[in-house]
Design a protein around this ligand. Structure first.
Ligand SMILES: Nc1ncnc2c1ncn2[C@@H]1O[C@H](COP(=O)(O)OP(=O)(O)OP(=O)(O)O)[C@@H](O)[C@H]1O
Ligand SMILES: [Mg+2]
Length: 316
């Protein structure tokens, strides 16, 4: 047992009617106790992947297995092993906050007294105690998300899945949810989350897969992915003219350049050391007839990794 993955996907593929290949031959192994992220832009196939891991979407090929159970073959058993926070609000609006937890516990076979006690513990833990009897309609987006997460872990699932848990939340609510996810992680909860926020993936995930068009482009720890850029500094140059040529010119001039990628009208130059780079970039560009309109220096981010892999930006 010990090191056996708690969830796997084997050649997992989804082709929707009409022919969209949303997920294409996905092979993942989720380790017990980790926070695993699927990072990708809109339409990358994140929700479809989460859906196939959580009984909601039928795979076209391959399979998803959680805790040894084939999710599509045996959805009833799979549902006991997973907790799900989907991308849209699925709270029961006929029930108040505490009741949403209580009836979930009852549905999963808890005695009334246990369900009540568990609900109260979860309300405390997810910072919702003062809202126990509020209608769920009255919750802010961040509170609703916390309640869905509380409900999802109430039956002690082996894996907690969250699909874009902080999309649309204000920064404070986002940080509050991150804190709770970190606490769950500390207690050993395996978590799989999807996100299109690189900061979220970077902050939370032990490992993550960058996906685009249903395909894994890279999979590693956040640090490993950022190291893969092969630079300790990224210089972004906005200038008029042929940026590919500027990239070539600068790479030739700077001995320390490791990459030059043109994406969304900017040149991104990976360099091994930032020392003296900016003046050299400016003077070299001007010597070759380029007018530099903007120049910035940063450490590599997951955004840079995505740009290197796809030539596009992750942000929408
Ligand atoms: N029910 C469906 N029928 C047909 N095509 C679909 C269906 N659901 C998703 N798709 C398509 O499959 C692709 C992947 O969609 P999916 O929702 O999995 O992406 P996502 O990464 O979750 O995107 P988002 O960031 O918008 O949530 C997209 O091209 C989408 O239009
Ligand atoms: Mg989605």
């Amino acid at each position: 047992m010990g090191d056996a993955p708690v969830a796997v996907t084997e050649h997992l593929t989804k082709v929707y009617p009409g022919g969209v290949r949303a997920v294409d031959d996905l092979n993942l192994e989720i380790r017990r106790g980790e926070i695993f992220g699927l990072l990708g832009p809109n339409g990358a196939g994140k929700s479809t992947t989460a859906g196939m891991l959580t009984t909601r979407v039928r795979p076209t090929e391959g399979r998803a297995v959680v805790g040894g159970v084939d999710v599509w073959e045996d959805p009833a058993r799979a549902k006991r092993l997973i907790g799900v926070v989907p991308q849209s609000n699925t709270l029961d609006r006929a029930l108040d906050v505490r009741e949403n937890l209580y009836f979930h516990g009852r549905f999963f076979g808890m005695r009334a007294r246990t369900a009540r006690a568990e609900a109260d513990l979860l309300l405390e833990r997810f910072r919702l105690s003062d809202r126990a009897t509020a209608p769920v309609m009255a919750l802010s987006g961040g509170m609703a998300q916390r309640l869905m997460a509380a409900r999802a872990v109430m039956h002690r699932p082996q894996v907690l899945f969250l699909d874009e848990p902080t999309a649309g939340l204000d920064p404070q609510s986002r940080i509050a949810l991150w804190e709770i996810l970190r606490e769950l992680h500390t207690d050993g909860q395996t978590i799989v989350l999807t996100t299109h926020y690189m900061e979220e993936a970077d902050e939370l995930c032990d490992r993550l897969a960058i996906i685009d068009h249903g395909v894994v482009m890279a999979l590693d720890t956040p640090e490993g992915l950022k190291r893969s850029v092969g630079a300790d500094t990224v210089v972004t140059v906005t200038a008029d003219g042929d940026l590919d040529r500027l990239g070539q010119v600068l790479t030739d001039r700077l001995g320390t350049a490791t990459s030059a990628v043109v994406a969304v009208g900017k040149l991104q130059l990976g360099v091994r050391s930032a020392d003296g780079v900016l003046p050299t970039v400016l003077s070299t560009a001007e010597d070759h007839g380029f007018t530099v309109r903007d120049l910035s220096v940063d450490v590599p981010s997951l955004e840079d990794v995505f740009i290197q892999l796809t030539g596009r930006e992750l942000r929408d």
